[in-house]
Design a binder for this molecule. Structure first.
Ligand code: HEC
Length: 191
């Protein structure tokens, strides 16, 4: 009798773990798709703006369009979608919470150990004081395009420097080399 109880209990636990695993996989696929389309939209827009107006003219893309895309994806799904960094440019929108900080530190460690930065992501179901959430972070590696505004001083044009200094007096988001983790797209989905 006792062994039967133990068995059913274990079977039950295994099923619960399996179901949770499937849910994480499913949520991850959805989050990955949303993050991917957000990254594609941003990169496309940045390229176009830089080609037509130079990097100083494209500052508005990272400033205005990125939060707008994040807000519209958030609204569409009922998730919280944002861009975060350990060295934010915008201290109001950019700071990472504890879970995001851990993910970003881990991305830095993995990239430092030779992992391909564009493959780095983290997905997890967490219990927080406000409830249960699926949390997802996708690393944003600094590409050549990004260095126009996030690179070392020699990579940033004088006009861009001036504009950034005027709009972001607390800017910490420069000095990146290609492939370094600039930040992450973070998705927080209430369950
Ligand atoms: C034309 C200049 C420009 C380019 C190019 C650019 N950014 Fe930004 N980036 C900004 C500005 C300005 C902000 C601050 C936006 C705001 O006010 O919220 C920012 C903010 C961010 C943030 C939000 C966290 C923070 O630091 O505040 C991330 C993440 C980010 N950029 C990543 C990238 C990546 C990755 C690329 C390349 C694909 C890139 N950026 C290219 C200007 C730029």
């Amino acid at each position: 009798m006792r062994s039967f109880v133990t068995f059913t209990l274990l079977a039950g636990l295994a099923c619960a773990a399996g179901a949770q695993g499937n849910a994480v996989e499913e949520y991850t696929a959805e989050a990955r798709a949303a993050a991917g389309s957000m990254m594609a939209a941003l990169a496309g827009e940045l390229k176009q703006e830089i080609a037509s107006g130079g990097p100083a003219g494209a500052i508005g893309v990272c400033k205005g369009l990125a939060p707008r895309i994040a807000a519209s994806v958030s609204h569409q799904h009922g998730w919280k979608v944002s861009r975060v960094s350990l060295k934010p440019r915008n201290p109001v929108l950019g700071p990472a919470d504890a879970w995001e900080q851990q993910a970003l530190l881990e991305f830095d460690r993995q990239a430092g150990a030779g992992a391909k930065p564009e493959t780095l992501e983290r997905a997890e179901i967490v219990e927080e004081p406000q409830g249960r959430y699926f949390r997802y972070a996708k690393a944003l590696p600094a590409q050549a395009l990004c260095l126009n505004c996030h690179g070392t001083p020699d990579k940033i044009a004088p006009g861009v420097k001036e504009k950034l200094a005027a709009e972001y007096p607390h800017d910490r988001a420069t000095g990146y080399a290609p492939g370094q983790i600039r930040g992450a797209i973070s998705i927080k989905r209430p369950l």
